[in-house]
Design a protein around this ligand. Structure first.
Ligand SMILES: Cc1cc2nc3c(=O)[nH]c(=O)nc-3n(C[C@H](O)[C@H](O)[C@H](O)COP(=O)(O)OP(=O)(O)OC[C@H]3O[C@@H](n4cnc5c(N)ncnc54)[C@H](O)[C@@H]3O)c2cc1C
Length: 400
Protein backbone atom coordinates (compact mmCIF):
# COMPACT_ATOMS: atom_id res chain seq x y z
CA UNK A 1 0.00 0.00 0.00
CA UNK A 2 1.16 3.57 -0.66
CA UNK A 3 0.78 6.77 1.32
CA UNK A 4 -1.75 5.58 3.91
CA UNK A 5 -3.04 7.51 6.93
CA UNK A 6 -3.55 5.89 10.32
CA UNK A 7 -5.69 7.83 12.76
CA UNK A 8 -5.03 7.10 16.43
CA UNK A 9 -7.89 8.37 18.57
CA UNK A 10 -6.55 9.00 22.07
CA UNK A 11 -2.94 9.56 23.08
CA UNK A 12 -2.89 7.64 26.36
CA UNK A 13 -1.05 4.40 27.14
CA UNK A 14 -2.54 2.52 24.20
CA UNK A 15 -2.40 5.37 21.67
CA UNK A 16 1.21 6.33 22.44
CA UNK A 17 2.39 2.69 22.33
CA UNK A 18 0.66 2.20 18.96
CA UNK A 19 2.08 5.47 17.58
CA UNK A 20 5.65 4.70 18.65
CA UNK A 21 5.60 1.11 17.36
CA UNK A 22 3.87 1.86 14.06
CA UNK A 23 6.26 4.72 13.27
CA UNK A 24 9.18 2.34 13.73
CA UNK A 25 7.66 -0.24 11.34
CA UNK A 26 6.41 1.71 8.30
CA UNK A 27 8.08 4.12 5.84
CA UNK A 28 7.75 7.84 6.45
CA UNK A 29 5.43 8.47 3.47
CA UNK A 30 2.69 6.77 5.52
CA UNK A 31 1.09 9.31 7.87
CA UNK A 32 0.27 8.67 11.51
CA UNK A 33 -1.97 11.19 13.24
CA UNK A 34 -2.71 10.98 16.97
CA UNK A 35 -5.68 12.99 18.26
CA UNK A 36 -6.29 13.80 21.92
CA UNK A 37 -8.51 16.41 23.56
CA UNK A 38 -6.14 16.87 26.45
CA UNK A 39 -2.88 18.77 26.30
CA UNK A 40 -1.29 16.82 29.12
CA UNK A 41 -0.52 13.16 29.76
CA UNK A 42 -0.43 11.63 33.22
CA UNK A 43 0.19 8.22 34.76
CA UNK A 44 -2.73 6.80 36.77
CA UNK A 45 -0.37 4.91 39.06
CA UNK A 46 0.97 8.23 40.38
CA UNK A 47 -2.43 9.54 41.52
CA UNK A 48 -2.11 8.01 44.98
CA UNK A 49 1.17 9.92 45.38
CA UNK A 50 -0.70 13.15 44.61
CA UNK A 51 -3.49 12.19 47.04
CA UNK A 52 -0.93 11.68 49.81
CA UNK A 53 0.93 14.91 49.04
CA UNK A 54 4.12 13.02 48.06
CA UNK A 55 4.08 14.44 44.49
CA UNK A 56 2.67 17.57 42.91
CA UNK A 57 0.42 17.58 39.88
CA UNK A 58 3.29 18.98 37.79
CA UNK A 59 5.57 16.12 38.83
CA UNK A 60 3.20 13.45 37.46
CA UNK A 61 2.12 15.10 34.20
CA UNK A 62 3.85 15.79 30.90
CA UNK A 63 2.93 17.73 27.77
CA UNK A 64 1.48 15.15 25.38
CA UNK A 65 3.14 16.90 22.47
CA UNK A 66 6.56 16.24 24.07
CA UNK A 67 5.79 12.53 24.38
CA UNK A 68 4.48 12.20 20.83
CA UNK A 69 7.01 10.09 18.91
CA UNK A 70 8.95 11.80 16.12
CA UNK A 71 7.23 11.47 12.77
CA UNK A 72 3.77 11.29 14.34
CA UNK A 73 1.47 14.30 13.97
CA UNK A 74 -0.34 15.33 17.16
CA UNK A 75 -3.71 17.05 16.85
CA UNK A 76 -5.01 18.53 20.10
CA UNK A 77 -8.74 18.24 19.47
CA UNK A 78 -11.84 16.48 20.72
CA UNK A 79 -13.17 13.60 18.67
CA UNK A 80 -16.85 14.41 18.17
CA UNK A 81 -17.98 11.63 15.81
CA UNK A 82 -16.59 8.50 14.20
CA UNK A 83 -18.11 7.53 10.85
CA UNK A 84 -17.16 3.88 10.40
CA UNK A 85 -18.82 3.54 6.99
CA UNK A 86 -16.80 6.43 5.51
CA UNK A 87 -13.63 5.99 7.60
CA UNK A 88 -13.96 9.58 8.81
CA UNK A 89 -13.43 11.18 12.18
CA UNK A 90 -15.03 14.53 13.03
CA UNK A 91 -12.97 16.57 15.47
CA UNK A 92 -13.22 20.06 16.92
CA UNK A 93 -10.42 20.97 14.48
CA UNK A 94 -12.08 19.51 11.40
CA UNK A 95 -12.68 16.24 9.59
CA UNK A 96 -9.93 13.63 9.27
CA UNK A 97 -10.01 10.68 6.90
CA UNK A 98 -8.05 7.49 7.57
CA UNK A 99 -7.14 4.19 5.95
CA UNK A 100 -6.82 2.65 9.43
CA UNK A 101 -8.36 3.75 12.72
CA UNK A 102 -7.13 2.84 16.21
CA UNK A 103 -9.53 3.70 19.01
CA UNK A 104 -7.77 4.30 22.32
CA UNK A 105 -10.15 6.76 23.96
CA UNK A 106 -10.03 5.17 27.42
CA UNK A 107 -12.86 5.10 29.94
CA UNK A 108 -14.86 8.09 31.17
CA UNK A 109 -15.81 8.37 34.83
CA UNK A 110 -19.27 9.41 35.95
CA UNK A 111 -19.97 9.98 39.64
CA UNK A 112 -23.59 10.90 38.91
CA UNK A 113 -24.33 7.28 37.88
CA UNK A 114 -25.07 6.60 41.57
CA UNK A 115 -27.60 8.96 43.21
CA UNK A 116 -25.92 11.26 45.72
CA UNK A 117 -22.36 10.03 45.07
CA UNK A 118 -21.22 13.18 43.27
CA UNK A 119 -22.19 15.43 46.20
CA UNK A 120 -20.84 13.07 48.86
CA UNK A 121 -17.63 11.48 47.68
CA UNK A 122 -14.01 12.33 47.15
CA UNK A 123 -12.01 10.38 44.57
CA UNK A 124 -8.35 9.93 43.67
CA UNK A 125 -9.32 8.47 40.26
CA UNK A 126 -8.99 11.90 38.62
CA UNK A 127 -6.05 14.25 39.08
CA UNK A 128 -8.32 17.11 40.21
CA UNK A 129 -9.96 14.71 42.64
CA UNK A 130 -6.60 13.60 44.03
CA UNK A 131 -5.58 17.25 44.58
CA UNK A 132 -8.88 18.02 46.38
CA UNK A 133 -8.58 14.90 48.52
CA UNK A 134 -5.03 15.85 49.47
CA UNK A 135 -6.34 19.11 50.96
CA UNK A 136 -9.05 17.27 52.90
CA UNK A 137 -6.59 14.67 54.21
CA UNK A 138 -4.25 17.43 55.42
CA UNK A 139 -6.93 18.60 57.85
CA UNK A 140 -8.29 15.14 58.70
CA UNK A 141 -7.71 14.30 62.35
CA UNK A 142 -9.98 11.30 62.85
CA UNK A 143 -13.28 9.57 62.11
CA UNK A 144 -14.68 6.85 59.85
CA UNK A 145 -13.18 6.74 56.37
CA UNK A 146 -15.15 4.63 53.89
CA UNK A 147 -13.59 3.41 50.64
CA UNK A 148 -16.36 2.52 48.19
CA UNK A 149 -16.30 0.58 44.92
CA UNK A 150 -19.84 1.09 43.62
CA UNK A 151 -19.65 -0.47 40.13
CA UNK A 152 -17.43 -2.65 37.94
CA UNK A 153 -15.47 -2.58 35.69
CA UNK A 154 -13.01 0.09 36.77
CA UNK A 155 -9.40 0.92 35.89
CA UNK A 156 -6.62 -0.86 37.72
CA UNK A 157 -8.48 -3.22 40.07
CA UNK A 158 -5.73 -3.11 42.76
CA UNK A 159 -5.68 0.72 42.92
CA UNK A 160 -8.44 1.25 45.54
CA UNK A 161 -6.89 -1.39 47.80
CA UNK A 162 -3.48 0.21 47.40
CA UNK A 163 -4.98 3.62 48.26
CA UNK A 164 -6.59 2.26 51.44
CA UNK A 165 -3.30 0.66 52.56
CA UNK A 166 -1.36 3.86 51.85
CA UNK A 167 -3.90 5.96 53.75
CA UNK A 168 -3.64 3.64 56.74
CA UNK A 169 0.16 4.03 56.52
CA UNK A 170 -0.28 7.84 56.53
CA UNK A 171 -2.56 7.67 59.58
CA UNK A 172 -0.01 5.45 61.37
CA UNK A 173 2.78 7.95 60.59
CA UNK A 174 0.66 10.80 61.91
CA UNK A 175 -0.19 8.80 65.02
CA UNK A 176 -3.95 9.04 64.45
CA UNK A 177 -4.53 5.33 63.71
CA UNK A 178 -6.57 4.96 66.91
CA UNK A 179 -8.84 7.87 65.91
CA UNK A 180 -9.21 7.20 62.17
CA UNK A 181 -10.77 3.91 61.13
CA UNK A 182 -10.83 2.75 57.47
CA UNK A 183 -13.68 0.57 56.19
CA UNK A 184 -13.87 -0.91 52.69
CA UNK A 185 -17.21 -1.53 50.94
CA UNK A 186 -17.32 -3.03 47.46
CA UNK A 187 -19.70 -4.55 44.96
CA UNK A 188 -16.99 -7.15 44.21
CA UNK A 189 -17.07 -10.62 45.79
CA UNK A 190 -13.35 -10.32 46.64
CA UNK A 191 -10.46 -8.01 45.72
CA UNK A 192 -9.36 -8.30 42.07
CA UNK A 193 -11.72 -11.20 41.27
CA UNK A 194 -10.27 -11.78 37.76
CA UNK A 195 -6.93 -12.60 39.35
CA UNK A 196 -8.56 -15.41 41.32
CA UNK A 197 -9.41 -16.44 44.88
CA UNK A 198 -5.81 -16.85 46.06
CA UNK A 199 -4.84 -13.30 45.03
CA UNK A 200 -8.13 -12.01 46.47
CA UNK A 201 -7.41 -13.66 49.83
CA UNK A 202 -3.88 -12.23 49.79
CA UNK A 203 -5.12 -8.66 49.25
CA UNK A 204 -7.88 -9.10 51.81
CA UNK A 205 -5.21 -10.32 54.25
CA UNK A 206 -3.14 -7.17 53.62
CA UNK A 207 -6.19 -5.02 54.44
CA UNK A 208 -7.09 -6.94 57.56
CA UNK A 209 -3.48 -6.97 58.80
CA UNK A 210 -3.52 -3.19 58.44
CA UNK A 211 -6.72 -3.01 60.53
CA UNK A 212 -9.01 -2.15 57.58
CA UNK A 213 -12.42 -3.85 57.65
CA UNK A 214 -13.60 -5.37 54.35
CA UNK A 215 -17.24 -5.79 53.25
CA UNK A 216 -17.66 -7.41 49.81
CA UNK A 217 -20.88 -7.84 47.80
CA UNK A 218 -22.25 -4.45 48.84
CA UNK A 219 -23.96 -2.67 45.94
CA UNK A 220 -24.64 0.94 46.77
CA UNK A 221 -28.05 2.30 45.70
CA UNK A 222 -27.73 5.86 46.98
CA UNK A 223 -25.66 8.11 49.18
CA UNK A 224 -27.18 10.72 51.44
CA UNK A 225 -24.64 13.54 51.60
CA UNK A 226 -26.55 15.56 54.23
CA UNK A 227 -26.81 12.57 56.61
CA UNK A 228 -23.39 11.20 55.57
CA UNK A 229 -24.89 7.75 55.02
CA UNK A 230 -24.50 5.10 52.28
CA UNK A 231 -27.44 2.82 51.50
CA UNK A 232 -26.87 -0.62 49.97
CA UNK A 233 -29.13 -2.91 47.93
CA UNK A 234 -29.03 -5.62 50.64
CA UNK A 235 -30.71 -3.24 53.13
CA UNK A 236 -27.51 -2.41 55.04
CA UNK A 237 -26.39 1.17 55.48
CA UNK A 238 -23.32 2.80 56.96
CA UNK A 239 -22.27 6.25 58.07
CA UNK A 240 -18.98 7.97 57.22
CA UNK A 241 -16.96 11.04 58.04
CA UNK A 242 -14.91 10.88 54.83
CA UNK A 243 -16.09 8.98 51.75
CA UNK A 244 -13.57 8.03 49.02
CA UNK A 245 -15.11 6.36 45.96
CA UNK A 246 -14.03 4.80 42.70
CA UNK A 247 -16.26 6.63 40.20
CA UNK A 248 -18.47 4.45 37.98
CA UNK A 249 -16.81 4.04 34.55
CA UNK A 250 -18.39 4.17 31.09
CA UNK A 251 -17.16 4.16 27.51
CA UNK A 252 -16.85 7.60 25.87
CA UNK A 253 -20.11 8.84 24.32
CA UNK A 254 -18.55 9.19 20.86
CA UNK A 255 -17.74 5.47 20.85
CA UNK A 256 -21.25 4.47 21.89
CA UNK A 257 -22.79 6.79 19.28
CA UNK A 258 -20.65 5.21 16.55
CA UNK A 259 -22.27 1.84 17.30
CA UNK A 260 -18.97 0.37 18.48
CA UNK A 261 -20.17 -0.97 21.83
CA UNK A 262 -22.15 -4.09 22.69
CA UNK A 263 -24.37 -4.94 25.67
CA UNK A 264 -21.31 -4.73 27.97
CA UNK A 265 -21.15 -1.00 27.18
CA UNK A 266 -17.57 -1.41 25.88
CA UNK A 267 -15.99 -2.14 22.49
CA UNK A 268 -15.75 -5.90 21.81
CA UNK A 269 -12.56 -6.92 20.00
CA UNK A 270 -10.78 -9.98 18.73
CA UNK A 271 -8.73 -10.81 21.88
CA UNK A 272 -5.59 -11.61 19.86
CA UNK A 273 -5.55 -8.91 17.16
CA UNK A 274 -7.70 -6.21 18.82
CA UNK A 275 -9.70 -5.84 15.60
CA UNK A 276 -13.10 -4.32 16.35
CA UNK A 277 -15.92 -6.80 15.86
CA UNK A 278 -18.86 -4.39 16.15
CA UNK A 279 -20.20 -1.84 13.64
CA UNK A 280 -20.11 -1.53 9.83
CA UNK A 281 -16.64 -0.24 8.98
CA UNK A 282 -15.31 0.33 5.46
CA UNK A 283 -11.69 0.30 6.69
CA UNK A 284 -9.80 -1.77 9.29
CA UNK A 285 -10.66 -0.52 12.79
CA UNK A 286 -8.89 -1.60 15.96
CA UNK A 287 -9.42 -0.70 19.61
CA UNK A 288 -6.99 -0.81 22.52
CA UNK A 289 -7.02 -0.29 26.26
CA UNK A 290 -9.76 0.71 28.67
CA UNK A 291 -12.36 1.31 25.96
CA UNK A 292 -12.39 -2.39 25.03
CA UNK A 293 -13.98 -5.51 26.42
CA UNK A 294 -11.63 -8.48 25.98
CA UNK A 295 -13.26 -11.83 26.80
CA UNK A 296 -11.03 -14.32 28.59
CA UNK A 297 -11.10 -18.04 27.71
CA UNK A 298 -10.80 -19.30 31.31
CA UNK A 299 -13.04 -19.10 34.37
CA UNK A 300 -12.80 -19.66 38.10
CA UNK A 301 -16.54 -20.51 38.30
CA UNK A 302 -18.29 -22.20 35.34
CA UNK A 303 -21.15 -19.67 35.31
CA UNK A 304 -19.03 -16.52 35.71
CA UNK A 305 -17.35 -15.37 32.45
CA UNK A 306 -14.32 -13.14 32.82
CA UNK A 307 -13.03 -10.09 30.96
CA UNK A 308 -9.54 -8.62 30.96
CA UNK A 309 -9.00 -5.98 33.69
CA UNK A 310 -8.51 -2.39 32.55
CA UNK A 311 -4.86 -1.41 32.97
CA UNK A 312 -2.22 0.70 31.28
CA UNK A 313 0.13 -2.24 30.78
CA UNK A 314 -2.50 -4.05 28.72
CA UNK A 315 -3.37 -0.90 26.75
CA UNK A 316 0.31 -0.51 25.86
CA UNK A 317 0.90 -4.10 24.77
CA UNK A 318 -2.33 -4.00 22.75
CA UNK A 319 -1.09 -0.81 21.08
CA UNK A 320 2.07 -2.68 20.02
CA UNK A 321 0.00 -5.59 18.63
CA UNK A 322 -2.28 -3.29 16.63
CA UNK A 323 0.70 -1.39 15.21
CA UNK A 324 2.13 -4.69 13.99
CA UNK A 325 -1.21 -5.69 12.47
CA UNK A 326 -1.44 -2.42 10.55
CA UNK A 327 2.22 -2.51 9.52
CA UNK A 328 1.62 -6.03 8.17
CA UNK A 329 -1.25 -4.79 6.02
CA UNK A 330 0.77 -1.82 4.75
CA UNK A 331 3.99 -3.68 3.95
CA UNK A 332 2.31 -6.91 2.85
CA UNK A 333 4.37 -8.89 5.32
CA UNK A 334 2.70 -11.20 7.85
CA UNK A 335 1.98 -9.42 11.13
CA UNK A 336 4.21 -10.68 13.92
CA UNK A 337 2.82 -11.22 17.39
CA UNK A 338 -0.62 -11.40 18.91
CA UNK A 339 -1.87 -10.09 22.24
CA UNK A 340 -1.17 -12.74 24.87
CA UNK A 341 -3.10 -11.35 27.83
CA UNK A 342 0.07 -10.93 29.90
CA UNK A 343 0.78 -7.98 32.17
CA UNK A 344 1.69 -6.88 35.65
CA UNK A 345 0.42 -4.56 38.35
CA UNK A 346 1.84 -3.07 41.50
CA UNK A 347 0.22 -2.71 44.91
CA UNK A 348 2.05 -0.40 47.24
CA UNK A 349 1.58 -1.57 50.80
CA UNK A 350 3.11 1.43 52.63
CA UNK A 351 6.53 2.06 54.15
CA UNK A 352 8.24 2.12 50.74
CA UNK A 353 7.19 -1.44 49.85
CA UNK A 354 5.13 -2.88 47.01
CA UNK A 355 4.05 -6.18 45.47
CA UNK A 356 4.37 -6.70 41.73
CA UNK A 357 1.78 -9.20 40.51
CA UNK A 358 2.51 -10.75 37.12
CA UNK A 359 -0.59 -12.13 35.41
CA UNK A 360 -1.23 -14.42 32.46
CA UNK A 361 -4.90 -13.81 31.77
CA UNK A 362 -5.42 -16.08 28.74
CA UNK A 363 -4.30 -19.16 30.69
CA UNK A 364 -6.61 -22.15 31.07
CA UNK A 365 -8.48 -23.29 33.04
CA UNK A 366 -8.32 -19.75 34.50
CA UNK A 367 -6.03 -16.69 34.68
CA UNK A 368 -2.82 -17.16 36.59
CA UNK A 369 -0.97 -14.67 38.79
CA UNK A 370 2.53 -14.78 40.34
CA UNK A 371 3.78 -12.56 43.13
CA UNK A 372 6.36 -12.21 45.85
CA UNK A 373 5.97 -10.72 49.31
CA UNK A 374 6.05 -6.89 49.44
CA UNK A 375 9.52 -5.30 49.46
CA UNK A 376 11.44 -2.16 48.56
CA UNK A 377 12.82 -3.63 45.33
CA UNK A 378 9.32 -3.99 43.87
CA UNK A 379 8.46 -0.46 45.05
CA UNK A 380 11.52 0.92 43.24
CA UNK A 381 10.44 -1.03 40.17
CA UNK A 382 7.07 0.77 40.21
CA UNK A 383 8.75 4.17 40.63
CA UNK A 384 11.00 3.43 37.64
CA UNK A 385 8.03 2.27 35.51
CA UNK A 386 6.11 5.49 36.22
CA UNK A 387 9.13 7.62 35.34
CA UNK A 388 9.71 5.72 32.11
CA UNK A 389 6.18 6.68 31.03
CA UNK A 390 6.66 10.31 32.04
CA UNK A 391 9.94 10.44 30.13
CA UNK A 392 8.54 8.67 27.07
CA UNK A 393 11.13 5.87 27.30
CA UNK A 394 9.12 3.76 24.89
CA UNK A 395 12.02 1.58 23.74
CA UNK A 396 12.42 0.43 27.36
CA UNK A 397 8.72 0.18 28.15
CA UNK A 398 7.67 -1.67 25.03
CA UNK A 399 10.54 -4.10 24.67
CA UNK A 400 9.45 -7.73 24.76
C1 LIG B 1 -5.57 5.53 40.46
C2 LIG B 1 -5.15 4.73 39.28
C3 LIG B 1 -4.05 3.90 39.35
C4 LIG B 1 -3.65 3.16 38.25
N1 LIG B 1 -2.54 2.36 38.36
C5 LIG B 1 -2.16 1.61 37.30
C6 LIG B 1 -1.01 0.76 37.38
O1 LIG B 1 -0.34 0.69 38.41
N2 LIG B 1 -0.69 0.02 36.30
C7 LIG B 1 -1.42 0.07 35.14
O2 LIG B 1 -1.09 -0.62 34.19
N3 LIG B 1 -2.52 0.87 35.04
C8 LIG B 1 -2.89 1.62 36.09
N4 LIG B 1 -4.00 2.43 35.98
C9 LIG B 1 -4.87 2.32 34.80
C10 LIG B 1 -4.34 3.08 33.62
O3 LIG B 1 -4.17 4.45 33.93
C11 LIG B 1 -5.34 2.95 32.46
O4 LIG B 1 -5.71 1.61 32.33
C12 LIG B 1 -4.69 3.43 31.17
O5 LIG B 1 -4.53 4.83 31.23
C13 LIG B 1 -5.52 3.03 29.96
O6 LIG B 1 -4.91 3.46 28.80
P1 LIG B 1 -5.80 3.89 27.53
O7 LIG B 1 -4.84 4.26 26.47
O8 LIG B 1 -6.82 2.87 27.25
O9 LIG B 1 -6.61 5.14 28.03
P2 LIG B 1 -6.05 6.52 28.58
O10 LIG B 1 -4.64 6.41 29.02
O11 LIG B 1 -7.07 6.99 29.56
O12 LIG B 1 -6.07 7.45 27.30
C14 LIG B 1 -7.27 7.82 26.66
C15 LIG B 1 -7.05 9.16 26.03
O13 LIG B 1 -8.18 9.47 25.23
C16 LIG B 1 -8.44 10.85 25.33
N5 LIG B 1 -9.83 11.08 24.98
C17 LIG B 1 -10.94 10.57 25.56
N6 LIG B 1 -12.06 10.97 24.91
C18 LIG B 1 -11.62 11.76 23.88
C19 LIG B 1 -12.29 12.45 22.83
N7 LIG B 1 -13.60 12.44 22.69
N8 LIG B 1 -11.53 13.14 21.96
C20 LIG B 1 -10.15 13.17 22.05
N9 LIG B 1 -9.49 12.53 23.04
C21 LIG B 1 -10.21 11.82 23.93
C22 LIG B 1 -8.13 11.19 26.78
O14 LIG B 1 -7.79 12.56 26.94
C23 LIG B 1 -6.93 10.28 27.06
O15 LIG B 1 -5.69 10.94 26.90
C24 LIG B 1 -4.39 3.23 37.06
C25 LIG B 1 -5.49 4.08 36.96
C26 LIG B 1 -5.87 4.83 38.05
C27 LIG B 1 -7.05 5.75 37.92
Amino acid sequence: MKGTTTLILGGGFGGLAAAYTLRSLIPSDHRITMIDKSYSFHVGAAKTWVMLGDKTLEEVTRKRRQLTPQGVEFVEAKVEAINLALGEVQTTKGMLKGDFIIIGLGADVNMSAVPGLQEAAHTFYTLDGAVRLRQTLKDFSGGDVVFLIPRTPFKCPPAPYEAALLLQDLFNKRGIQGKAQIHFYTIEPLPMPTAGPETGAFVRGLLEDAGISYRPLHKVVRVDASEKRIHFENGNSTGYDLLIAVPPHESPRVVREAGLTNESGWVPVNPKTMAVSQGQASIPVYAVGDVTSVSLPGRFKPDVPLVLPKAGVFAASQGVVVARQIAGRITGEAASGEFEGKGFCYIETGGGKAVKGEGSFFDLPHPHMNRRDPDGVQYNDKVRWVHQWLEGSFSELLKE
